[in-house]
Design a protein. Structure first.
Length: 370
């Protein structure tokens, strides 16, 4: 049996929920797949399914193990790219990484977690031993910021030569036309919950610091929708706030195109895709100095940064932007310039593929006998 022939080596991206239901990680991988590749084929493997799980996640994981086995049997020139976060994501990657090592298949880890060092601190000792083996067995580890680089190097003992900092990027939606709306549109995109700062956001929107009229806020994302709708009603927000529930990529893009301000008051992030998408769209961004965001964003220059959990500071930042169109325009223009300089998708995919090609060429498996 001869080696299987392919037009290009395959990069298999393992993502819980795939590109449609995988949150920010899924969106990033979807953007990679939509960008013209240079000598590689990118494919996705869903390791969990949607959060509501119409198909048991164990079956999805078994199918992912089957993909690894098929690559081993066929001798496919492939690199397994495991996108990893904390909690259940790490457990799934322990299974897949262990299976890949058993088969002798090369893999890289791409760490996206918002607080991985804290997640590791809660793991029992036997899990930590397995996690160390997972990371040390990777050909390479990709991180989003300096905090995660330190975690991987010092807590997980991966040599610096096998760690690369590669910040998230997004496609260019094109220049944003001038707003002709009578009211300022504020947009939140993310999972509804305390980590994303939704309770403080609702409190800020209900604050007397904001004008009584002239603005509207849309909160788009999955989570306890009924709870937050009831909270918005209790705070008297009425018709000034709309909670849409989960939206697909096209609807999210339409919401960004129709907005003036992107707000994400998270308590913890790796590097939020919603913030990058807001910068790319030329929206005035209000967010927090968490994760890698504090490494690249400058308060008052390309965004407004507020402390996590500080509803009065958030209300004041939003009020400034609602009242001052020139400030919105200045921050939106500066944010888009920052995106164009540092976060373009084409450059990201080129850097990613250079790293991937080095490893897929070095370790293509031999085909097994039929």
């Amino acid at each position: 049996m001869s080696r299987s022939t392919y037009d290009a080596p395959v990069i298999r991206h393992y993502v819980a929920g795939g590109t449609e239901h995988g949150g920010g990680i899924g969106r990033l991988v979807g953007y990679v797949l939509s960008e013209p590749a240079a000598g590689l084929r990118h494919e996705t493997v869903d390791t969990r399914g949607p959060r509501w799980r119409p198909l048991p996640s164990g079956l999805r994981l078994a199918r992912a193990m089957g993909v690894l086995t098929a690559d081993w049997v066929r001798g496919t020139p492939a690199l397994q790219h495991f996108h990893i976060a904390g909690r259940g994501s790490t457990i799934r990657k322990l299974v897949l990484g262990g299976w890949a090592r058993l088969l002798g298949l090369p893999y890289v880890l791409h760490l996206h977690d918002y607080a991985y060092a804290e997640d590791l601190a809660r793991r029992p000792r036997w899990q930590m031993r397995a996690i160390l083996a997972l990371f040390q067995g990777a050909r390479h580890v990709i991180v989003l910021g300096q905090r995660d680089r330190a975690t991987v190097q010092y807590a997980l003992e991966v040599p610096p030569s096998r760690i690369t900092l590669l910040r998230n990027c997004v496609p260019d939606p094109g220049p944003r036309p001038p707003s002709r709306r009578d009211r300022v549109e504020i947009l939140f995109l993310g999972q509804l919950g305390p980590r994303k700062g939704v309770p403080e956001l609702l409190a800020a929107l209900a604050s007397a610091a904001l004008p009584a009229e002239g603005w509207h806020a849309t909160l788009a994302g999955d989570g306890p929708l009924d709870h937050y709708r009831a909270e918005a009603a209790r705070l008297g927000l009425g018709g000034r706030v709309t909670l849409t529930g989960w939206v697909d990529a096209d609807r999210a893009a339409a919401l960004r195109a129709g907005s003036d301000i992107l707000v994400l008051p998270s308590h913890a992030e790796g590097f939020a895709m919603a913030v990058l998408e807001g910068l790319a769209q030329g929206l005035a961004v209000v967010t927090t100095r968490v994760g890698a965001q504090g490494e690249v964003l400058t308060d008052g220059a390309d965004c407004l940064l507020v402390p996590p959990g500080d509803a009065p500071a958030l209300a004041e930042a939003l009020a400034r932007l609602v009242r001052d169109p020139s400030l919105r325009d200045r921050l939106g223009t500066a944010g888009r310039q920052l995106f164009l300089r540092r976060f373009g998708m084409a450059d990201y995919v080129r850097a990613l593929e250079r790293l991937q090609l080095d490893h897929v060429r070095a370790a293509a498996p031999e085909p097994r006998s039929a």
